[in-house]
Ligand binder design. Structure first.
Ligand SMILES: [Zn+2]
Length: 175
């Protein structure tokens, strides 16, 4: 994990200081801690039988790996809104926001931060549009759970497979 070097407010070089039993970054110019938080993302598993839509990542990190369609939330954006927006940007599919079910949170490590995904599931019948990769995705396709398990090295993380499995179960259980 990369270090944090400078204060985002004033540009001063940060020092380390212990706070509540944890070593944190501190700016002596601002007389304040510079907290490092995980970053929220949101995404959607579109479920059809025992398959989910995955996208092939066109950008770093994990370029060329398959993942669920997801992306960063804007600062004032609700997770459900961000999930629907990212799904459409990356796959061309438009999900009915009222049909989203929260299925998992997925923590993934990037070189400079941890991201925490709010992962939703939706039945493909509650989705419109033609599956087509867009934005940062270079490919988009339905993957069976078995195919994901047998090609785990092509996944961004095995956590994606666990969440996909939960998405399939949740969608079929609730009809
Ligand atoms: Zn500062």
């Amino acid at each position: 994990m990369k270090n944090l070097n400078y204060c985002y407010r004033c540009g001063r070089e940060l020092v380390k200081r212990t706070d509540e039993g944890r070593e944190r970054y501190y700016c002596e110019n601002c007389s304040d801690f510079v907290y490092r938080n995980s970053v929220p993302v949101a995404g959607v598993f579109v479920v059809k039988d025992d398959q989910v839509v995955l996208i092939k990542r066109g950008g770093e990190p994990h370029k060329g790996k398959w993942s669920y369609p997801a992306g960063y939330l804007e600062y004032d954006e609700k997770p459900e809104d961000g999930a629907v927006r990212e799904l459409e940007e990356e796959t061309g599919l438009k999900a009915d926001e009222n049909c989203l079910k929260l299925v998992a949170t997925i923590q993934l490590e990037h070189p400079d931060k941890y991201v925490v995904g709010n992962a939703y599931a939706v039945h493909h019948q509650n989705v419109e549009g033609k599956l087509e990769p867009g934005d940062d995705a270079v490919d988009a396709d339905f993957w069976e759970l078995d195919k994901m398990r047998s090609r785990v090295e092509e996944m961004e993380s095995p956590k994606i497979i666990d969440a996909a499995e939960d998405a399939v179960k949740l969608v079929h259980r609730s009809g």
